[in-house]
Ligand binder design. Sequence first.
Ligand SMILES: [Zn+2]
Length: 150
Amino acid sequence: MKFTKLISTLTKLALFADRSIMLCRHAAVVIKNGTPIAWGFNCVRGRESYHAELDAIRSTLLIQNRGFKTKRGVPVNKKINRSLTGAVLVVIRWNGQRFTESKPCYECLSCIKLVGIKRVLFSNSNGDVESHRTSCLSSLHHSVARRAGL
Ligand SMILES: [Zn+2]
């Protein structure tokens, strides 16, 4: 991904993360051939918290399978192949001022690998963004998200 496009993507992700009602605000985007396919942020579905990575993957698959145009106002690009094989996923955590730790949890990373995403970029506790080949990434932490104010 070109540097200017990465900066633009990270800026958008911070704005999407601001939509989250969760205590820790995360946002994610699935990118294929340099083009964003679908965006997501952590949220609540029913009684379960839903991580940003899964929200973005779910949006991508829903669009592919059902032709959904938008999800809660999150724009999607309709004109491209929605297959996730070889795609890149970017996930960040935004505290309102800077990026913080957002390495995918065990469950999200399992799903990321299952659908064939080849590379993951995530923000770290230094406010930087790390890039890893999915096959080289492991995660042992389990995350229990909480709503803000609870
Ligand atoms: Zn997760």
